[in-house]
Design a protein around this ligand. Sequence first.
Ligand code: SAH
Length: 424
Amino acid sequence: MTVPKAFLKQNRKKRLEQGHPWVYPGEIEKIEGDPQGGDVIHIVNHAGHFLAQGFYNPLSQLIIRVVTYSETEVDENLFFAKIEQAWQRRQWLLPEATSCRVVHGEADFLPGLIIDKYEDVLVVQILSLGIEVRRQWIFDALKKIFKLRGIYERSDVPVRRLEGLEERVGFVEEPFDTRVTVCENGLSILVDVAEGQKTGYFFDQRENRAALKPLMTGWGTRRGIHVQGNGQPIDAKGKEIKNPFWNGAEVLDCFSHTGSFMLHACLFGAKKVTCIDVSEKAIEMAKGNALLNGFLHRTEFVAANAFDFLRDQVKGKKTWDVVILDPPAFAKSRQALEGALRGYKEINLQGMKLVCNGGILVTASCSYHLSSTLFLNMLQEAARDAHKVLRLIEFRRAGIDHPVLLGSEETDYLKFAMYEVFDR
Ligand code: SAH
């Protein structure tokens, strides 16, 4: 059987050769053969030279998604090998991790496939027709590679429509308890893979959460507390300090969801963390996680809309040493970018105002439509309006289990910055 061929135009930008994993309809000169949606197709240049193989979907703007740059047959064995290699890469780069992202779509050369490992549970999300029609190959490979309690599918995302697919959620085979306690940086975090955001948890910020460590202590000293020769801390007025976390930060964790930032803040010595999330369920989950790790007495929880909460706190002249903003993607499409930018600016502006002079703003965005440049411009405008000067401690991206392909900015979506905030 001859594989159908897509001839690319001569005068196109050489994006595919630069590592970009998608072909758009306008780049195709002609198609030879009669490929059906989901079929493998050979991508060749105008002269017929082989470039790659991909999944074809005429319904999608991403009409071809690259699967392999070799001419090897795209079969069950290839899928098995790709998933196994992806897992080996995580074991190599994150030897401690028992829970992480195992397959990150295009960046693992499995376009439109996400696999997250939550200890002995795997969560699969399928975002392309080419993967959808081969779903059984994936489940078979996973059962061979991992010792599993079960697989859960979280293909409940509207982008599937763009591929002509309905949303789907549920157990792949036998049902099991969808609550899993994952271990991260020594913490226990209870997540529900059926109920939580996305696939249940956000592994992409693992290293970013760990980066909070140096920021969580030193605040008591700044406030004039010092330790006497006998080891007893006293404040500037000579009063004895009893709280063992006297030197820790007071932290506001906005959009707390599972409370993963709060848990790390406590682990690293925070004195008090306030979690806020609009979802009661999320607040319950964060509270449960504080309890699970013995941090309940250092935490408080507010179910509220962050926009209102932040504004109210500014009005009340409240400040924190560290304010963390980890909002959901406000910009789900390019068209939504303008409105999203207003949202990001608003929370950042209010967030900055809530940071004490010399304190820290930790701010993130997971919208890939919001480029790093736009993100930084937005922060600059917010700082200007808030009368603050920001000094960068560190700018970070997604963790090592969310690889980024050079030439594919779509895989580089997460921005995470830690700033010192000074009054102006
Ligand atoms: N920091 C979290 C992940 C954030 S996910 C973690 O570490 O797990 C985004 C969260 O924002 C969700 O839990 C959602 O309920 C919450 N959210 C969305 N809109 C909100 C709003 N307007 N105010 C407060 N929380 C909001």
